[in-house]
Design a protein around this ligand. Structure first.
Ligand code: FE2
Length: 246
């Protein structure tokens, strides 16, 4: 969210522009992270990733056209190509229309673990699978709708960004040990392991605390919130929406 200032009306993935290194980077990242995520990612994520295996796998950089139409057929969600981070209001508007933003560039082999802003491995591998889960997709869409309705309110937009950040980007779910569902962790080899290190601050999920907690998007997280279940997230968010009279 929030860096570029306009979105060209029609952007498409230029699949023919990917080179051999891009395919190698995709395959390396995909295989390494699928292995890393076993017993760490929430089972729903791994299940959803598996359900998309025909259009999202290590063997090839995904063709957005195919992935988006498979997703649309199964959930109504589509992928919207964007140049990078976009203004918050546009981002929420797209979410409200069941469109999830993705960039099309991919990090280089030399930068496997370093990203200044999200590339398509983060946007696609990290985010897209869980949209196969209806409750999760509905939650994201509702967040978008509230963002549209309150696009004039900096306060509400900031609260929504914080909710998005501590759930969709960096959320954890209770299991035998914390299970990862946030895309920022799911798509990061280092952060997937970091959350299990001693000293990582993992707090019980509390939406009221989240909406008043700052985040920093340029450094590794210092704080995570642990959900008991996705139902807890949806219920808390519904309560939040009700307080806004949505
Ligand atoms: Fe993200």
């Amino acid at each position: 969210m929030n860096r570029a200032f306009f979105i060209p009306k029609i952007m498409k993935q230029q699949f023919e522009n990917y080179n051999a290194e891009d395919f190698k980077v995709w395959k390396t990242l995909f295989n390494r992270q699928v292995e890393n995520l076993q017993s760490k990612a929430c089972p729903d994520y791994l299940l959803c990733l598996n359900e998309l295996a025909d259009v999202l796998n290590a063997e090839s950089i995904p063709r957005f056209e195919n992935l988006s139409s498979a997703l649309k057929e199964r959930t109504g969600w589509t992928i919207e190509v964007v140049p990078g981070l976009i203004p918050v209001a546009d981002f929420f508007e797209l979410l409200s229309q069941k469109k999830f933003c993705s960039s099309t560039w991919l990090r280089s082999m030399k930068q496997l673990d370093y990203l200044e802003e999200p590339d398509m491995f983060h946007d696609i591998f990290g985010h897209i699978p869980l949209f196969m889960n209806k409750g999760y997709g509905d939650f994201a869409q509702k967040m978008g709708e509230i963002g549209v309705q309150f696009s004039h309110s900096e306060k509400i937009l900031l609260e929504l960004q914080r909710i998005y950040w501590f759930t969709i980007e960096f959320g954890l779910l209770k299991g035998n040990r914390p299970e990862i569902y946030g895309a920022g962790i799911i798509s990061s080899f280092g952060e997937t392991n970091f959350i299990y290190e001693e000293g990582t601050e993992i707090l019980p999920f509390d939406l009221n605390e989240i909406i008043s907690t700052d985040f920093c998007n340029s450094e590794i997280q210092v704080k995570y919130f642990l959900l008991n279940s996705f139902e807890e997230l949806y219920r808390s968010f519904d309560e939040y929406a009700m307080k806004l009279n949505v």
